[in-house]
Design a protein around this ligand. Structure first.
Ligand code: ADP
Length: 346
């Protein structure tokens, strides 16, 4: 339909343009013959008309560009003016965080799909320093539990507390300083390796950055780069492998030194050496911190203090690896498939 309209418009416009040229030539020709107008005057009139016509058509193009820019600007301002449901600032801060966290009867639906209940009466308590492995079929709600831990969303009903304080009463910016996240696909900025690590704590000294990289098993590969810690990563710089990105993200978390950790284990197979180095770095990072791992590897699950199995938004089993194996429920079936099916067995 749009094409038909454009077709008619173009045809009409060209017809109009050529028709007016013909009329000008015909009338002008008659006047020249009658001696009222010189040939030069007619020619310059036609030339001027053409110049004006061309300028007008360029102006039309400019106008279209301008309108497009206004449209894009609108969208940017819309995003800038958006008020998030969870404010960035304001609320309590706990002076010393011990690191216990508890979900009481938490139900949750994403705001974009309120009719679908993603979590349903989840009760889960992590004591300070405890390491919990969250396992379950994909789509079960593991990442959602992780997102609620750093208060990316508020529960639809129920309560989440940290050291007994309602999470909604705590200062969100402060809270996010207490929760370290190592994602499956860590996001690195197009900047130097050092500034990517320093993102965990902008005031850290060079020595502290180096120390964190050492703990994260990242120091030796960073040293191998042409500009060491000043090497640019990302689109304009060096491309890091999956394992290297994760180790940079771990160094970031070490520097941040949070009391709560959320780890999302990579599902994609890393090469054996990389996997070992990442695993070792994670173990060092978890020392003394309350940790929730979205686990895909059997080796990780075996080392956790407790395994929590979540399916279709509900906690269906929990206990140690051996206890759950004996029970022979969903966990037993997941282990048979080695949790993700590609994982390497220790
Ligand atoms: P898991 O991590 O166990 O694979 P998720 O927590 O990612 O599971 O997803 C649980 C359910 O929530 C899925 O049905 C998924 O489609 C839905 N979901 C996940 N993220 C969003 C989102 N941002 N908006 C709406 N629905 C989502």
């Amino acid at each position: 339909n749009r094409i038909r309209v454009i077709g008619f418009f173009m045809a009409g416009a060209s017809f109009g343009a050529y028709a007016s040229i013909s009329v000008v030539l015909w009338l002008g020709g008659k006047q020249v013959l009658a001696g009222d107008l010189s040939t030069g005057e007619l020619t310059s009139f036609i030339l001027y008309t053409l110049i004006v016509a061309f300028s007008l058509s360029t102006l039309g193009g400019l106008w279209a560009d301008f309108m497009r820019a206004v449209g894009a600007g609108d969208r940017v301002f819309e995003l800038m003016d958006r008020i998030s449901e969870i404010p960035n600032r304001g609320g309590q801060q706990i002076p010393v965080v011990r690191g216990s966290i508890e979900f009481s009867d938490v139900a949750f639906s994403y705001p974009t799909r309120p009719e679908i209940r993603v979590l349903d009466s989840v009760n889960l308590a992590l004591s300070p320093g405890e390491v919990i492995a969250l396992v379950g079929p994909s789509g079960g709600g593991k990442s959602t539990v992780a997102a609620l831990m750093s208060r990316l969303y508020d529960p639809t009903s129920g309560l989440i507390t940290i050291d007994g304080h309602d999470m909604r009463k705590l200062d969100p910016t402060w809270l996010r300083e207490q929760v370290g996240v190592v994602a499956q696909e860590p996001i690195l900025f197009s900047a130097s390796v050092a500034s990517n690590i320093r993102y965990g704590n902008p005031t850290a000294t060079d020595d502290e950055v180096l120390n964190a990289a050492n703990i994260a098993n990242a120091h030796s590969f960073i040293e191998g780069f042409p500009d060491g810690y000043e090497t640019l990563v990302g689109e304009r710089g060096i491309q890091l492998s999956g394992g290297q990105k994760q180790r940079v993200a771990i160094a970031r978390a070490v520097l941040k030194d949070p009391s709560l950790l959320v780890l999302d284990e990579a599902t994609s197979a890393l090469d054996t050496e990389s996997e070992y180095l990442v695993q070792q770095a994670l173990e060092r990072l978890m020392q003394g911190r309350t940790t929730l791992i979205i686990a895909h590897r059997l080796s990780t699950v075996k080392q956790a203090d407790r395994v929590v199995v979540i399916d279709a938004g509900k906690i269906v089993e929990q206990g140690t690896h051996l206890q759950l194996l004996e029970k022979g429920g969903l966990y037993g079936r997941l282990v048979e498939r080695q949790l993700v099916g590609v994982s390497s067995l220790p």
